[in-house]
Design a protein around this ligand. Structure first.
Ligand SMILES: Cc1cc2nc3c(=O)[nH]c(=O)nc-3n(C[C@H](O)[C@H](O)[C@H](O)COP(=O)(O)OP(=O)(O)OC[C@H]3O[C@@H](n4cnc5c(N)ncnc54)[C@H](O)[C@@H]3O)c2cc1C
Length: 542
């Protein structure tokens, strides 16, 4: 069977991005929308998520703007006690079902095709029947799959596993047939953290857990991510960050300042984290995790043999009674950046530091309320999802610089003030509270200096790395780490970062020692940047 369809927008993916974008189009335009997803239900990766996963920030900041997720209750027990509720996987799935079936479809403007694979060129195919459709798209294709990540439930472990070894994805520890003698948690991210917390909360002694952490991470303290009656803590956190950004002398110094304020947390105070994925934890979770002493830091697992786990920098013993828990999926993708708005197409990508659904919805509001793609792109130049410490600076800088421009658009500005997805939208109720006044003053005082200093800190790191990685100008680096000014590098960095050419100038490069100690992860950042630089039109070169 083959059919033709007409629609204004064709949305690929019914995950958080597709749903939030669609909701914004429904609210702010009269467009018709066709949503296609290869999964059988709306919710994206949540459909296959491990059973004990919860949002890491309050439910109120997640979902589509027009339908509240959760009850806005404050938890009284567990590691989230005292903070606003965090929806779990079942609740999130039920929420997206409800949004689709009670809100979207009844409008008569949305058609939804689950279990359908998008095959390109506005065609999709049912995975159940083989029936195919061609869609005549009057306005745009909305691609929410460009950054699609992998999750342990649907992707094989990125290491070999010998026959007879018990190795299971994160979710399967909730359904073990046979008790384990020992659990080895493999991965340094939020999934691994959740698996450890889940085991510990269920009484598994810490001595039965080994945690393989290729990289340690910085975690955001959930205390500073709260809405409603606790929103002044969140606002105080914004002020703390901006003041630290104005005064920090290096990336390391910035994280140290924010850790001393309790804003950033790390599990092991003896290890300097190299990873920053923006995940949020509570101090109670951290206290639990610190009980695990057996932490292996020998790089990534390469294979698991029957009696040994082989890692990049060594091996550790294992046994037949051990359950190895795969929490090592790579997470969100980091392909080269591309403009979000193009003729006939929107490619969903983040564009500032902030919660995901707020950004997805804002893109929908922009699409519905601003005519010119050029103007929309000016308001939201994309950034890569954060992975290393430096990405935090890039993302926060994008927020500081973009906000002023977006505030010039009345429809966008008024939506921003009222949507619950905006973490600070509830602040207006506390306008005259002394803590709000103090936060406002601090932000006013330090915001300008924070922008300049972030640009400076980033350009110090990136100019050198970009010059080396993208342009191969090693010859230009002197022994003391300074380098001959390279106008091509300077111009490209200035163009890509919005940093003024004099700030991007090589004359402020850091000493070689900093460069040589720059982490593998930082090189990853440079490589990402360099790929977008190579794509940049050379005409901008001074
Ligand atoms: C375990 C976990 C916990 C997280 N917790 C939070 C959190 O608390 N807060 C937060 O803000 N973010 C969180 N995130 C980040 C999360 O990625 C985003 O919140 C959001 O869910 C991403 O939504 P998405 O729509 O971009 O992607 P996805 O959820 O991956 O949805 C993309 C959809 O596109 C579909 N698709 C892909 N290709 C095709 C094709 N060719 N044809 C048809 N369909 C296709 C897929 O089936 C999928 O359903 C978490 C991520 C993970 C993995």
């Amino acid at each position: 069977m083959h059919e033709e369809l007409d629609t204004d927008y064709l949305v690929i993916g019914a995950g958080a991005a597709g749903m939030a974008f669609t909701d914004a189009l429904l609210t702010h335009s009269d467009a018709t929308i066709t949503i296609v997803d290869r999964r059988h239900a709306p919710g994206g990766h949540w459909v296959d998520a491990y059973p004990y996963v919860r949002l890491h920030q309050p439910s109120t900041f997640y979902g589509v703007s027009s339908v509240l997720l959760g009850q806005d209750a404050v938890d009284v027990a567990g590691t989230n006690a005292g903070f606003y509720e965090l929806a779990g996987a079942d609740e999130i799935r039920a929420y997206y079902e409800r949004v689709m079936h009670r809100h979207f479809l009844p409008t008569g403007r949305v058609r939804y095709f689950p279990s359908s694979d998008y095959a390109g060129e506005h065609r999709f195919v049912s995975t159940l029947t083989g029936a195919s459709w061609h869609v005549r798209v009057a306005r745009k294709l909305i691609d929410t799959t460009y950054l699609e990540g992998t999750i342990p439930a649907t992707s094989a472990p990125p290491f070999e596993v010998a026959d007879g070894v018990r190795c299971i994805p994160a979710g399967a520890i909730a359904r073990l047939d046979e008790r384990a003698d020992r659990y080895v948690i493999i991965g340094g991210g939020k999934t691994a953290l959740d698996a450890c917390v889940w085991l510990l909360e269920r009484g598994v002694p810490a001595s039965m857990i080994q945690w393989i952490r290729p990289r340690d991470a910085w975690w955001l303290n959930r205390k500073f991510q709260q809405p409603h009656e606790l929103v002044l803590d969140l606002y105080g956190g914004v002020a703390i960050q901006i003041e630290a950004m104005a005064e920090a002398t290096s990336v390391e110094d910035l994280f140290a300042r924010l850790e001393s304020e309790g804003f950033f947390l790390r599990i092991d105070p003896e290890v300097v984290p190299e990873m920053f994925r923006g995940a949020v934890v509570s101090e109670a979770e951290l206290r639990l995790l610190r009980r695990i002493d057996d932490v292996v830091r020998l790089g990534h697992v390469q294979r698991i043999e029957r009696d040994a786990i082989v890692l990049q920098r060594g091996r550790v013993p294992t046994s037949a009674g051990t359950v190895h828990v795969h929490c090592a999926a790579s997470g969100l993708a980091r392909p080269p950046l591309r403009p979000i708005f193009e003729p006939g197409r929107v490619t969903i990508q983040p564009f500032f530091w902030g919660f995901a659904c707020y950004q997805f919805a804002m893109l929908g509001v922009m699409e519905a309320t601003i005519e010119s793609d050029r103007e929309k792109n000016r308001l939201c130049p994309p950034i890569a999802y954060w992975d290393v410490n430096e990405d935090y600076l890039t993302a926060f800088l994008a927020m500081l610089t973009g906000e002023r421009a977006r505030a010039q658009h009345p429809a966008l500005a008024s939506w921003t003030k009222t949507t619950r997805l905006n973490p600070v939208s509830g602040l207006s109720s506390y306008r005259d509270d002394p803590r709000a006044i103090e936060g406002r003053e601090r932000i006013k005082r330090f915001a300008g200096a924070a922008v300049v200093n972030l640009q400076k800190l980033l350009s110090r790191l990136l100019v050198l790395l970009v010059a080396v990685v993208a342009l191969g100008c090693e010859d230009g680096i002197d022994n003391d780490g300074s380098c001959d000014t390279n106008p091509l590098a300077t111009g490209l960095v200035a163009q890509q970062t919005g940093v003024s050419a004099d700030v991007a100038d090589c004359s402020i490069l850091t000493p070689t020692s900093t460069f040589t100690s720059a982490s593998r992860a930082l090189r990853g950042t440079a490589t990402r940047w360099s790929s977008s630089f190579q794509a940049a039109p050379r005409t901008s070169t001074p």
